[in-house]
Design a protein around this ligand. Structure first.
Ligand SMILES: C[S@@+](CC[C@H](N)C(=O)[O-])C[C@H]1O[C@@H](n2cnc3c(N)ncnc32)[C@H](O)[C@@H]1O
Length: 275
C-alpha cells in the first residue's frame, strides 16, 4: 500500500499526508493500514484505480465514496443530489443562536439529502419536521438518511415545488434554495458544474428566483412569532433589501458565514396574519 500512497502523491502532486487521506477515504480504511498492510488484493486494486480515475476527472470525493459528514452525521450521498456544504453546518449554528424558543414544527424546503432536517432534529429534539424537495432522487436519498438515523417518526418527506403541497403553518421554515445566477453557472468549479445537479444550483437570472418566491409566499406558512431562515449569496443583499419591505415580515437581518460573507437571511414574525 505504501507504493499506492507514493503513486498518488506523485500523480496528484500532493503531500504524502494528503495522499494517505485520499487512499484511506477511497478504501474506507484507517490511514495506518496504508503502512501496516503492504499488500492489496486484485479487486481492491481495481476498485482503487477506478476511484482514482474518477477523482482525476473531477468527480467530487463524496460521490465516489457516497459519504458526506454533516455536523455529527455521516450521511449517504448519491450523485445527482447536492452535496451539503460547511456553510450549511454553520447555518444550523446561527439558527440555534437566533431562534427565541425551540420550534415545535419545522419546514425544510429543498432538503437534498436531508442534511438540514436531520441536524435540526438533533438540536430541536421536540420538533416535528416536514422536509420537501422537487427532485425524486433527492427525496430517495433523504429517505435513506432519515431511516439510517431512525428519524422516520419525526421527519416527513414530501415532494413539492416550494410551498405547492404544503397546507399547514410552521414555527421555523428553513431553506437552502438554488441561488446561483444562471450567468455564473459556467464559472463554477468543474467538480460542481459538471457533477452536481443543476436543479440544486440554478437560481435564475439574478439567482433570486426561488428566494423571491420564498419571501412572497413564506409568510402564509409561518406561525405568528415564527422565523424563516434562507441561505443566499452575498451579492444578493442589496437586491433583497430593496424588496423586503413588500413582504409581511416584521424584522429581517442578514448574517455572515464563517468566511465573512453575508450568507443567511432571517425573517421574523408576521405583522398581521390577515393583512
Ligand atoms: C442548494 S440545494 C440544498 C440541499 C440541502 N438543503 C443542503 O443544504 O444540502 C437546493 C435543493 O433545492 C431543491 N429544489 C430546487 N428547486 C426546487 C423547488 N422548486 N421546490 C423544492 N425544492 C427545489 C433541489 O433539488 C436541491 O435539493
Amino acid at each position: 500500500m505504501k507504493d499506492v500512497v507514493k503513486r498518488v502523491t506523485d500523480e496528484f502532486h500532493i503531500t504524502r499526508n494528503e495522499a494517505e487521506l485520499i487512499v484511506a477515504t477511497l478504501l474506507g480504511r484507517p490511514r495506518f493500514e496504508m503502512y501496516a498492510d503492504n499488500t492489496i488484493d486484485g479487486d481492491t486494486a481495481t476498485m482503487l484505480s477506478l476511484r482514482l480515475t474518477q477523482l482525476k476527472k473531477g468527480v467530487p470525493i463524496e460521490y465516489i465514496t457516497k459519504r458526506v459528514q454533516f455536523m455529527d452525521f455521516l450521511l449517504t450521498i448519491y450523485p445527482g443530489v447536492f452535496i451539503p456544504r460547511v456553510e450549511s453546518e454553520y447555518f444550523i449554528e446561527i439558527i440555534v443562536q437566533k431562534i427565541q424558543s425551540p420550534p415545535q414544527t419545522i419546514l425544510d424546503i429543498g432538503t437534498g439529502c436531508g442534511a438540514l432536517s436531520i441536524a435540526l432534529a438533533q438540536v430541536f429534539p421536540d420538533a416535528e419536521i416536514v422536509a420537501t424537495d422537487i427532485s425524486p432522487q433527492a427525496l430517495r436519498n433523504a429517505a435513506e438518511n432519515i431511516e439510517r438515523f431512525s428519524l422516520k417518526e419525526r421527519i416527513a418527506l414530501r415532494q413539492s415545488n416550494l410551498f405547492k403541497n404544503i397546507s399547514s403553518k410552521f414555527d421555523l421554515i428553513v431553506s437552502n434554495p438554488p441561488y446561483i445566477p444562471a450567468s455564473r453557472l459556467q464559472l463554477l468549479p468543474k467538480s460542481v458544474r459538471d457533477f452536481e445537479p443543476i436543479v440544486a444550483l440554478n437560481g435564475g437570472e439574478q439567482g433570486v428566483q426561488f428566494i423571491k418566491r420564498l419571501l412572497s409566499e413564506g409568510a402564509k406558512y409561518l406561525n405568528l412569532g415564527g422565523m424563516m431562515a434562507i441561505e443566499i449569496d452575498a451579492d444578493q443583499v442589496e437586491l433583497l433589501t430593496g424588496i423586503l419591505h413588500k413582504h409581511k415580515f416584521t424584522s429581517f437581518s442578514f448574517m455572515k458565514d464563517l468566511f465573512g460573507r453575508f450568507r443567511y437571511l432571517f425573517l421574523g414574525t408576521l405583522k398581521d396574519e390577515k393583512s
